[in-house]
Design a protein around this ligand. Structure first.
Ligand code: C2E
Ligand code: MG
Ligand code: MG
Ligand code: MG
Length: 294
């Protein structure tokens, strides 16, 4: 009998495994089709300068509107895209969309010359040794200066292939493209590695920001990361700022910039353009108002 129940357990187990494997395959096929059928778009989330509370840049974020399942979050389709290699195609598509959009804003809206665009890079994209050429070609295609592009890498995305990744990063840096380290604090990079990377921005991971006001240890981590960033002459961006208390602490810690729902959620290119048009000197006033709520 023991054998019997063991066999049943095995059967249930393999059926579940098969189901989830089939789910993943379906999702992968759907994604291939989705890329061909315009089911993807890019959302843009403003990044704000803390002192003036003005928009200084945007982060391009992939969005998928599945015809049957509705919006599928990146947390679901990005890992799958990385697993299957589709991230290479998706990542390049997002890059081109984001640059095309930025070029449109620059042509049609005043005061946008200094606005930068952040695009996420996955580790798989570093497997292509011609990544730098793809990026430079995309910039040229839209007549954009390389300095308006900031590529977001994570500590782990370059660990897979540190030497060749570093070569690509350095070539792009030489071309004038800038880099941020995304989700900083969640990976394993050592300080000496950090010093070697041609980055100019650290993005403090959202998990630390979300707990900084309730957990003193997280507050200390945020403090330490901001101090580290500044001592290495890097800009520090706080991700996921959701309330005035967090903003107030970050201002006290001289964090350089912020990104989060308290300011703006990711939005369509059209909405972002409207926002850029409305941008006036009254932004400083807004900060004072926002801080008054703390
Ligand atoms: P990320 O690069 O760290 O992007 C920031 C994420 O935080 C975005 O989630 C954004 O919507 C979210 N966020 C921003 N402010 C707040 C806030 O105040 N509160 C909360 N709760 N969340 C906030 P999203 O768009 O769901 O993307 C998740 C992750 O998926 C991204 O994290 C990035 O790692 C990945 N991803 C998205 N688009 C791409 C892409 O085109 N290529 C690659 N390689 N990865 C992407
Ligand atoms: Mg990012
Ligand atoms: Mg991030
Ligand atoms: Mg993050």
């Amino acid at each position: 009998r023991a054998k019997e129940s063991g066999r049943n357990r095995f059967k249930v187990f393999t059926e579940r495994m098969l189901e989830s494997a089939v789910d993943l395959l379906t999702l992968e096929n759907d994604m291939r089709r989705g890329l061909a059928n315009d089911e993807f778009h890019v959302a843009y989330q403003p990044i704000m300068d803390l002192a003036g509370s003005d928009i200084i840049g945007f982060e391009a974020l992939a969005r998928w509107d599945h015809p049957d399942r509705g919006a599928i979050p990146p947390a679901e389709f990005i890992p799958m895209a990385e697993e299957s290699g589709l991230i290479i195609e998706l990542g390049e598509w997002v890059l081109v969309q984001a640059l095309r959009t930025l070029a449109g804003w620059r042509n049609e809206t005043d005061g946008t010359d200094d606005i930068f665009m952040c695009v996420n890079l996955s580790s798989k994209q570093f497997a292509r040794t011609d990544l730098d050429k793809i990026v430079v070609r995309a910039l040229e295609r839209y007549g954009l200066p390389p300095s308006c592009l900031k590529l977001e890498i994570t500590e782990s995305s370059i660990m897979g292939n540190p030497e060749s990744s570093l070569r690509i990063l350095n070539r792009l840096r030489k071309a004038g493209v800038r880099f941020s380290i995304d989700d900083f604090g969640t990976g394993y990079s050592s300080l000496s590695q950090l010093q070697q990377l041609p980055v100019d921005t650290l993005k403090v991971d959202r998990t630390f920001i979300s707990r900084m006001r309730t957990d003193p240890e997280n507050m200390e981590i945020v403090k330490a990361v901001i101090a580290l960033g500044h001592s290495l002459d890097l800009n520090v961006v706080a991700e996921g700022v959701e309330n005035p208390d967090q903003l107030c602490s970050l201002l006290n810690l001289s964090c350089n910039s912020v990104q989060g729902f308290y300011f703006h959620e990711p939005m369509s290119a059209a909405k972002a353009k409207d926002l850029l048009k409305q941008r006036t000197q009254k932004t400083a006033e807004d900060t004072r108002e926002k801080l008054a709520l703390a």
